[in-house]
Design a protein around this ligand. Structure first.
Ligand code: O7M
Length: 215
């Protein structure tokens, strides 16, 4: 993903019309559009191709299965036109290797979740987040997902992965995180959903976040 605005839109709406309207309005401010279960379950995987005409699509399926199932999921995601996939890491190295291998075959990217941004994200992830980050680096993933709600954790994870991997960071706005703070802590991109798609003017909301970050 090319870094221009350091902003990824989390497009968690459930209908095609709204999704395309919002994506069109904000496309000049975002480097990528993250699509997950809400929209794909609402409208089908075909929405990925439509959105990919506006911006590269990150498929957020938080893939977390045995290597063979992970491979099948990633193949479907990339065939549908996604530029990147998001996987969990707690399923282990063999599962992650399977996703990275498919991504390499298709020339696409893989991001691995380390510690999640919501309050419950510390319960199980906290003790293993650094180990997952190291595994993501060892496995040749493109980057990791780390919480904008805890910039100090983004700093910790940056120390583990160095500068070769990217950090994409959700939790800005609706979850209380600050875009500028987490970029200063070492994130490459922020992922923002509700603060943009629930705004009366998604374009203005996206522009304001970009201006705040000065990335
Ligand atoms: O800005 P929001 O809170 O409306 O949306 C944040 C998006 O980021 C939403 O799509 C979440 O599913 C996602 N997300 C988190 O909020 N926290 C995480 O720890 C991880 C993700 C995510 O994208 O994981 C890949």
């Amino acid at each position: 993903m090319e870094k221009k605005n350091c902003l990824i839109l989390a497009l968690d709406v459930t209908d095609r019309e709204n999704a395309l309207r919002i994506a069109n309005e904000v496309s000049e401010y975002v480097d990528s559009i993250k699509v997950g279960y809400p929209l794909v379950l609402g409208e089908g995987l075909g929405i990925v191709k439509e959105l990919a005409e506006l911006a590269p699509v990150i498929a957020d399926f938080k893939v977390a299965d045995i290597p063979n199932t992970d491979r099948l999921i990633c193949e479907q995601v990339f065939k549908a036109g996604a530029d990147a996939v998001i996987t969990h890491g707690f399923t282990g190295r063999d599962s992650l290797d399977s996703c990275v291998k498919v991504a390499e075959e298709y020339g696409r990217d893989v991001y691995v979740v380390t510690e999640m941004s919501h309050p419950g994200g510390v319960e199980f992830f906290r003790p293993v987040a650094e180990t997952i980050a190291q595994m993501a680096a060892d496995a040749g993933a493109t980057g990791v997902v780390a919480p904008a709600t805890r910039p100090e954790r983004v700093r910790d994870i940056r120390k583990i992965i160095g500068n070769d991997l990217h950090i994409i960071s959700p939790g800005v706005g609706a979850q209380g995180g600050s875009a500028a703070d987490v970029i200063n802590a070492g994130a490459d991109w922020v992922i923002v959903g509700r603060s943009i798609y629930n705004s009366d003017s998604p374009a203005d909301a996206a522009m304001k976040i970009c201006n705040d970050m000065k990335c």
